[in-house]
Design a protein around this ligand. Structure first.
Ligand SMILES: [Zn+2]
Length: 237
């Protein structure tokens, strides 16, 4: 792929593998879509080295999940699974995606993670987020654009969040989105799973934990670099 071909959107969520975005942020994306925001997803790889599910399975699952989420566009950069590099080629694909989609909110992985693809994708997103806003960097990829809000989501390691989004109202709908990833659910042999839980169990346990921390049933954790600007009205909604 040389051109992500994204239409303009309010929110762009980037993941190393199909299902990363949904595990971390399906609830937040569902709520944003319900509020009328357009959401698009970019997956960096097709997850072809995953222990379960073929590429065809995972592609079909990602499409089904996107439909349930109400996503406008879902694109795959087709970088090599387990070998995503923090390299200029990937960064430029992400710059192109940012300049095409021109989102106000960017969601991307946090770099503190056990999976090398998550770490590399986090680094690539960080670079792309900054470079996409510089007009003399790759001007052939479109007019400069930098999302005003950039939230990182944790993957396989705990990251102390600075933002927790109450997703209680859509917890059931998030579970239905994750059930689209049939190849990643309830495997008879759990040996390949990083933490012994399937994607749905991991998401539910984590969201309930972070929900309890803010006094709600379920919350998705994010990390913002530095103070998060808030309007005064948001302090007492
Ligand atoms: Zn992943």
């Amino acid at each position: 792929m040389t051109n992500p071909g994204l239409r303009p959107c309010d929110v762009l969520a980037i993941g190393a593998h199909p299902d990363d975005v949904e595990i971390a942020a399906a609830g937040t994306l569902l709520l944003l879509a319900q509020a009328g925001r357009t959401v698009s997803i970019v997956d960096v790889t097709r997850g072809e080295k995953g222990s379960r599910g073929t590429v065809a399975d995972r592609t079909a699952e990602a499409a089904a999940a996107a439909a349930r989420l109400g996503v406008q566009d879902r694109r795959n950069l087709e970088r090599p699974d387990t070998a995503v590099a923090a390299d200029e080629a990937t960064v430029l694909l992400l710059v192109a995606a940012l300049r095409q989609g021109r989102p106000r909110l960017l969601l991307a992985p946090h770099a503190h993670d056990v999976h090398p693809d998550h770490v590399a994708t986090a680094t690539d997103c960080e670079r792309a987020w900054f470079l996409a806003g510089l007009r003399h960097v790759a001007p052939e990829l479109g007019a400069p654009h930098r999302p005003t809000l950039f939230l990182r989501y944790p993957g396989n390691r705990h990251v102390e969040p600075t933002v927790a989004v109450d997703v209680t109202a859509v917890a059931g709908a998030k579970a239905e989105v994750l059930r689209c990833y049939r190849s990643q659910l309830h495997p008879p042999d759990r040996g390949h799973l990083v933490q012994g839980l399937d994607v749905l169990e991991r998401a539910e346990v984590r969201d309930r934990f972070h929900g309890a921390r803010i006094g709600v049933g379920a919350a998705e954790p994010f990390w913002h670099d530095g103070p998060l600007p808030l309007r005064a009205a948001a302090l007492l909604p």
